[in-house]
Design a binder for this molecule. Structure first.
Ligand code: ZN
Length: 232
């Protein structure tokens, strides 16, 4: 783990940042790193329940509040919201998504970036992955040391090899001491969570953390695939 570095999490939807990297984010913050979060899409608007615009904007505001409360639980900076349309990011030019990522990367100057796995079932996740890797092309002068992809329950394991490469972690972070804070952060997103045995349930988040921990001999872990590492 780094110390005193700027970290950037680029998530497609509010709650992905906690599901994928919540324990690691809290650990970075505790170890003196500054953790920034960019959330690209609004969340909730594609779910069809909010047809009228008032209810719609109330739902968006509630999700922003949830994201801010979750950030407080984890000790990360207040999240930035790009406000792109939820589950319709494919209707945008990829360049427009990249511009939001580039703006955050230029401002934050992160040493480490965490973002979505490129093989997820969710289209916004795949586009987010592509936008991050494009925005962070390793041209001369680029300063990003590492880009890691996180897994998102109900998107990574629901995918197929036909959609994208299955998520196979090779970088693990021990989050044994951070599960409680991850759980509290997820409780801020109670409207996004579902009862067990739905994949996106608090119980399943804990099961996954225990399983990833067991993969590497610790009580709980978050797993990542390595997109790029560069030691300057
Ligand atoms: Zn998502």
């Amino acid at each position: 783990m780094a110390s005193g570095k700027d970290i950037l999490i680029v998530a497609a939807h509010p709650d992905d940042e906690v599901l994928g990297v919540g324990g690691t984010a809290a650990r970075h913050a505790d170890e003196g790193d500054k953790v920034h979060v960019l959330i690209l899409a609004e969340g909730s608007t594609s779910r069809g329940e909010q047809r009228d615009s008032n209810a719609h904007s109330e739902a968006i505001d509630a999700l922003k509040q949830a994201a801010r409360a979750a950030a407080e639980c984890l000790g990360t900076e207040p999240p930035r919201f790009a406000g792109l349309p939820d589950n319709r990011m494919d209707q945008l030019d990829l360049l427009d998504i990249i511009k939001h990522v580039e703006a955050a990367v230029n401002e934050v100057d992160p040493a480490i970036i965490y973002t979505h796995h490129g093989g997820d079932l969710n289209l916004d996740h795949r586009l987010t992955h592509q936008a991050v890797l494009t925005a962070c092309r390793p041209v001369p002068g680029a300063r990003v040391e590492a880009i890691y992809a996180f897994e998102t329950i109900s998107a990574s394991e629901w995918s197929t090899p036909e959609i994208g490469r299955p998520f196979t972690p090779c970088h693990f972070v021990d989050v044994s001491g951070y599960l409680e804070r991850k759980r509290k952060a997820l409780e801020c997103y109670h409207q996004e969570m579902r009862p067990f045995p739905h994949s996106r349930s608090i119980e399943n988040v804990e099961h996954l953390a225990r399983f990833r921990g067991g993969c590497v001999g610790v009580e709980a872990a978050e797993g990542f695939s390595v997109c790029r590492q560069l030691r300057f």
